[in-house]
Write a protein that binds this ligand. Structure first.
Ligand code: NAP
Length: 470
């Protein structure tokens, strides 16, 4: 894939970049390693001041950053501005909370025959971050803010279609005051991941992206015995039960499916509706989807902009065609307009069957699959019936059902009567083929820490360290 900004609204290439040479990659890793030696010796307070400065810069430069993101991947300007603000919030969160998250954690010294025992969280070194284009700032920031605060350094291999946002991030952390090399953008294709991750100076990797990329990076990391966090795809269920507030559910369903032009890992993708309310929900949902305004993402009245790449648009349409050719029914949308750029209309498809791609695959565009079920148990069976397990949503006013959904949905998160989203305060991640590990909260920060056990005996007492060395 060429490293270039191609405006999805017009299909025009705006700027191209040369991939870095092996020597340039090596020099970047060396800088990241040297910066790590410096960063780990700085105080949390100092790192917090730098991260706060990054938040200030993000807020001051919000509009131009948002404009750049929109030109690279087509999200609406309004959504891009909100993304920049969210990144600033996450920076402030980690700048404030890192001292608490990284504080020594006392253990029960008596139980382990010590005079003192505790857990110490320490940085591990340069971490490779392989990132997607769909939230080009936020996906990176939710790795970078906790990693830098912990004293690690970052090497970013961003998606090839958002090189300018990638460079902006490196520049942001430099201007905020972090040492040279603390956060470096590698302008490189996916073929660079193996040599970079194999380098002994690089200690771990995090990937947000597709299942295929996850498998590839996990294989390299397995060979090299390196820690990974994988945030992969999802086909989140959105279950609607008879007691749900249907108007609200149909309104939120529309946003949950079409936010970010339908290109979000935690977008609701499969709408699983109890037969008692199926027709009423389907009517409201299809009407809401049809009413969305598709158009220039820079226009404030636009709800849905173009898809980020031509290949992505073609893939979404192939999934819809596959279902329709096998007998599925299109309630709205389903045909891309003939115009420059990579557009796809908000679409609802029902009468799906297991042999259709839409039944089990992730659809990365504004296309909803609508499923009819006749009981709670059937809703759970369909909801859990893919290989994914990222987010999930259930709509019910019945407290007993709410409790059951929280337990029975096999996913990294369950949102009841609301749509899945991410907060710096809450852990984020998936199970099954949606990946492993967690981002955000204290857990996200500790993923790339050495969780060090410290046991202190009394001089050469019989319960000394040697007695417990295993
Ligand atoms: P992608 O093709 O996997 O690309 C993501 C990143 O991985 C890019 O930097 C890409 O580089 C790189 N990459 C691709 N194949 C690779 C390989 N074999 N080895 C090493 N690196 C590789 O994903 P995408 O289509 O851009 O993004 C959409 C996917 O990301 C969806 O499945 C979505 O659900 C998932 N996602 C997950 C989360 C989450 O938090 N769980 C969040 C957002 C998106 P190039 O661009 O150079 O190919």
């Amino acid at each position: 894939m060429p490293i270039a900004t191609t405006n999805p609204t017009t299909g025009q290439v705006l700027k191209s970049f040369e991939a870095m040479s092996a020597e340039q990659l090596d020099a970047a890793i060396e800088r990241a390693d040297l910066a790590y030696q410096r960063l780990r010796d700085t105080t949390i307070d100092q790192r917090g001041r730098w991260l706060t400065a990054a938040a200030d810069l993000l807020e001051a430069e919000r509009d131009e950053t948002a404009r750049l993101m929109t030109s690279e991947m087509g999200k609406t300007y309004a959504a891009a501005k909100a993304e920049v603000t969210k990144c600033a919030t996450a920076c402030r969160f980690y700048a404030t909370k890192a001292a608490e998250f990284l504080a020594d954690e006392p253990a029960d010294a008596g139980a382990v025959k010590a005079t003192r025992a505790f857990i110490r969280y320490q940085p591990i070194g340069p971490v490779l971050a392989v990132m997607p284009w769909n939230f080009p700032l936020w996906q990176v920031m939710r790795f970078a803010a906790p990693a830098l605060m912990a004293g690690n350094t970052g090497l970013l291999k961003h998606a090839s279609n958002v090189p300018q946002t990638a460079l902006l991030l490196e520049d942001l952390f430099r201007r905020a005051g972090f040492p040279e090399g603390a956060f470096t953008t590698l302008l490189a294709g996916s073929d660079a991941v193996d040599p970079v991750l194999s380098d002994p100076r690089v200690r771990a990797a995090t990937l947000t992206g597709s299942e295929g990329a996850g498998r590839s990076i996990a294989q390299i990391a397995g060979r090299e015995l390196k820690k990974t966090v994988l945030e992969l795809g999802g086909s989140d269920p959105f279950v609607v039960m008879p007691s749900a507030d249907l108007d609200r559910a149909a309104e939120v369903a529309t946003t949950a499916r079409c936010q970010n032009n339908g290109q979000s890992c935690i977008a609701a993708k499969r709408f699983i509706v109890h037969t008692d309310v199926f027709d009423a929900f389907a009517e409201r949902f299809a009407a809401n989807m049809s009413a969305l305004r598709v158009g220039d993402p820079m226009d404030d009245t636009t709800d849905v902009g173009p898809l980020a790449t031509e290949r992505g648009r073609d893939e979404v349409h192939a999934q819809v065609r596959d279902a329709v050719d096998q007998g599925a029914t299109v309630l709205c949308g389903g045909e891309p307009p003939a115009r420059d750029g990579w557009w796809y209309p908000p679409t609802v498809v029902t009468d799906l069957r297991p042999e259709m791609r839409m039944w089990s695959e992730e659809v990365f565009g504004p296309v909803a699959g609508l499923f009819r079920v006749s009981s709670y148990d059937e809703a759970i069976e369909v909801a859990n019936g893919t290989t994914f397990g990222l987010g999930s949503n259930a709509w019910t006013r019945d407290p007993r059902e709410q409790e059951r959904f929280a337990t029975d949905l096999d996913a990294g998160n369950v949102f009841i009567n609301g749509m899945t989203t991410s907060f710096p305060e809450l852990p984020f991640g998936g199970v099954r083929n949606s990946g492993y590990g967690r981002e955000l909260s204290a857990l996200g920060m500790r993923e790339f820490c050495n969780v060090k056990t410290v046991w202190v005996g009394e001089g050469a007492a019989s319960a000394g360290a040697g007695a417990h060395a295993e």
